[in-house]
Design a protein around this ligand. Structure first.
Ligand code: UD2
Length: 318
């Protein structure tokens, strides 16, 4: 049994990692400042984890939290491209300064490895598809810049201090427990709950933008593989975590009309600042070095996610 420390444990991905680790019989410690994470996400497992309410910017709290830890799964962040466009300073503080604190604490506690929630946004709008890790990043939004800076900090901590790090570039993760209620929520959480509730979804732009939407179980699996893969293959490195397929928002809406029984159509608005048009991953590096294979495809993930929101009473009466 190992001790895993999850930052952002109250978030969508953090809480999903915690549930899976407990299911596998591992020990979980977590921190969250509950700025975007939610206690409700942890309600079922509260008695089974060592939960600490703390901010990443509190270095002493991070040092205490890293004591005795085997693996750090650093998921905490202020996500959202548009939010970072509105507040680049807040994005940098949480997403860069926060990461450096976690790395210092992990280094001092001599943890075995730090796995980081990096982002596909670092590729920016380069025309080449699919995106592979050898490409030069070209971030557009402050969020993407912060995520890239953190990746570099990870590599630097491996090179300078020998702290083993792995950055996982998530491609639009979706699934149960994703918060649909903020204007900054991921598009699928918003569209599904809107359509289940009989409300018209709003597409920013023409809907022809595409994403390599990745079901949560695939991201969880990638994290756990990254902890155990041989250091020679993964330490100090960056890997795409995705499915290797992309779908447009317009196509997604058609699928969701079938799954949610929403008979209306979408309304189209202005394009969102900082947005990327197309995103698709080459996942061969993760397949080769992590042993990663996406287990749940997009359609199946979408079906499970719709079922979950329905079971939570979203769109009740619709
Ligand atoms: C970026 C990253 C993703 C993750 C995420 C964290 C890319 C390609 N992906 O996601 O990996 O790091 O940031 O926040 O950079 N949209 C609508 N209507 C809505 C909401 C969104 O049309 O109500 C559009 C939005 O303009 C965009 C697409 O849906 O074109 C996806 O938006 P998102 O916010 O779900 O995720 P994205 O791609 O910014």
């Amino acid at each position: 049994m190992a001790l895993y420390f999850i930052t952002g444990v109250g978030g969508f991905i953090g809480s999903s990692l915690a549930r899976e680790l407990l299911r596998r019989g591992e020990q979980v410690r977590g921190v969250d400042n509950f700025s975007t994470g939610k206690r409700e996400n942890l309600a079922q497992i509260l008695g089974q984890i060592d939960l600490r309410e703390a901010d990443l910017l509190d270095l002493d709290a991070m040092k205490l939290a890293c004591a005795g830890v085997d693996y750090v799964l650093h998921q905490a962040a202020i996500p959202s491209v548009p939010k970072s466009v509105l507040d680049p300073i807040g994005s940098n503080r949480a997403n860069v300064d926060g990461t450096v604190n976690v790395l210092v604490a992990a280094r001092d506690a001599k943890v075995k490895r730090v796995i980081y929630a990096a982002s596909s946004s670092v590729y920016g709008d380069t025309p080449t598809l699919p995106k592979h890790e050898r490409m030069t990043p070209n971030p557009i939004s402050p969020y993407a810049v912060a995520k890239l800076a953190s990746e570099h900090y990870l590599t630097s901590f491996y090179r300078c201090y020998g702290l083993e790090t792995v950055a996982l570039r998530y491609f639009n993760i979706f699934g149960p427990w994703q918060d649909p209620s903020s204007p900054y929520s991921g598009v699928l959480a918003k569209f599904i709950t809107q359509m289940l509730g009989g409300q018209q979804p709003t597409v920013f732009g023409d809907g022809e933008q595409s994403r390599d939407f990745t079901y949560i179980d695939n991201a969880v699996e990638a994290n756990l593989l990254a902890c155990k893969a041989p250091a020679a293959q993964v330490a100090g490195k960056v890997f795409n975590v995705a499915t290797g397929r992309r779908i447009t928002l317009n196509e997604t809406i058609k699928l969701l009309q079938g799954l949610t029984s929403y008979s209306g159509c979408a309304v189209y608005g202005a394009e969102r600042g900082g947005d990327i048009k197309h995103s698709l991953a080459d996942i061969s590096l993760a397949e080769e070095h992590l042993g990663y294979k996406p287990k749940v495809n997009f359609e199946e993930g979408l079906r499970r996610t719709v079922d979950w929101y329905r079971s939570q009473g979203n769109g009740a009466g619709a």
